[in-house]
Design a protein around this ligand. Structure first.
Ligand code: PLP
Length: 343
């Protein structure tokens, strides 16, 4: 792989060789289109192994579609969806959630990307009032867009609260594997077993070429999803090539090894830069990203060496994200450049 790696996103990484092998192995002869094939059957079995026998899982091309179509499936256009202000849903989906669901997004400011009952409660109002949007879904991101993680207990509190109020919980798990590693739990322990109703589960950021999924923990909720997915233009005709990737991803701990490595690289980067006086790291480094506030004047010179994104222009906070293919040498070189530049 080329040495021009950066720290912009785990999306910038390549494809894990085992995934490429899986794609190649699926490239034999013909297979029935649209998911009625043996690769998809085997991949779904893997989902059941990890998330429980009762789940229904569906594959889509990308994470935005997993979020939007999943939410569309469980809402009516008079509903509202509550999420953190920083949620991908709110910031990076080009008001797709609003367009496709018709719902109002209620966005809540947080310090660490995490919603709490106290922050949500004031928004559960106007139930039954035809003049008001009806709250239906709490959407949380695990890990959050700030790299922090919800503990199983925190998730359970939110799902209990949500269900008591007649609402559902959606989890954006585009990087769920990184949270699973961070918490040292199983996939089920922070999803279905703690009351999550519907999950967007990602593979692209952790070594796959493309392919995300929508996982339903309650079959009643998935009833119409095949239609919603098709209407939403996300039914892959050559589905076997997404399925083969998921099968490999969820076999032999590939997902776990990749996420564990990415998380370790972020810890190492944190360790190397945390004592530089002009750098402030306000978010806990719990997964594969380091959020650092650095003086503005150093951003462009550093980006020239290793590209990364500015997370917040106002506060001059940047995001350094590690991938399954970030190596120790990348971290040591980058941190050496940082400490040489920020003096
Ligand atoms: C938290 C989160 N959710 C969802 C997505 C959606 O991914 P995609 O770009 O595949 O639509 C991303 C992508 O960066 C993300 O960071």
């Amino acid at each position: 792989m080329s040495n021009n790696k950066g720290f912009a996103s785990d999306n910038h990484s390549g494809v894990h060789p085992d995934i490429l092998k899986a794609i190649e192995s699926a490239n034999i002869g013909h297979a029935t289109a649209y998911g009625d094939d043996e690769y998809t059957e085997r991949a779904i079995k893997k989902f059941k192994e990890h998330f429980g026998n009762n789940v229904d899982a569906y594959f889509v091309y990308n994470g935005t579609a997993a979020n939007i179509l999943g939410l569309k499936n469980i809402t009516d256009s008079f509903n509202s969806i509550i999420c953190a202000e920083t949620a991908h849903l709110n910031v990076h989906e080009c008001c797709g959630p609003e367009k496709f669901t018709g719902c109002k997004l209620i966005t809540i400011p947080t310090i660490d990307g995490k919603l709490t009952i106290d922050k949500i409660r004031p928004h559960i109002v106007g139930l039954g009032d035809p003049h008001r949007a009806q709250p239906k879904v709490i959407s949380i991101t695990q890990p959050t867009e700030l790299g922090t993680v919800y503990t199983p207990k925190e998730i359970k509190e939110l799902t209990d609260f949500s269900h008591k109020n007649g609402m559902l919980v959606h989890m954006d798990g585009a990087r769920l594997c990184n949270a699973v590693v961070s918490l040292d739990v199983g996939m089920k322990d922070i999803t279905g077993d703690v009351g999550v109703d519907i999950l967007s589960f990602g593979g692209t950021k952790n070594g796959m070429m493309l392919g995300e999924s929508v996982v339903f923990f309650n079959k009643k909720l998935s009833k119409n999803f095949v239609f919603i997915r098709k209407q939403g233009m996300q039914l892959a005709s050559k589905m076997r090539f997404i399925s083969a990737q998921f099968e490999a991803f969820l076999s032999n701990d590939l997902w776990l090894k990749n996420a564990r490595h990415a998380n370790r690289m972020a810890r190492l980067l944190y360790k190397e830069v945390k004592d530089i006086p002009q750098i402030k790291i306000k978010q806990k480094v719990e997964t594969n990203a380091v959020f650092a506030t650095i003086p503005k004047k150093y951003i462009v010179p550093l980006q020239r060496e290793y590209f990364f994104h500015v997370f917040n222009e106002q506060t001059s906070e940047v995001r350094w994200m590690c991938s399954f293919d970030t190596n120790k040498e990348d971290i040591m070189k980058f941190s050496e450049i940082i400490s040489r530049t920020i003096v």
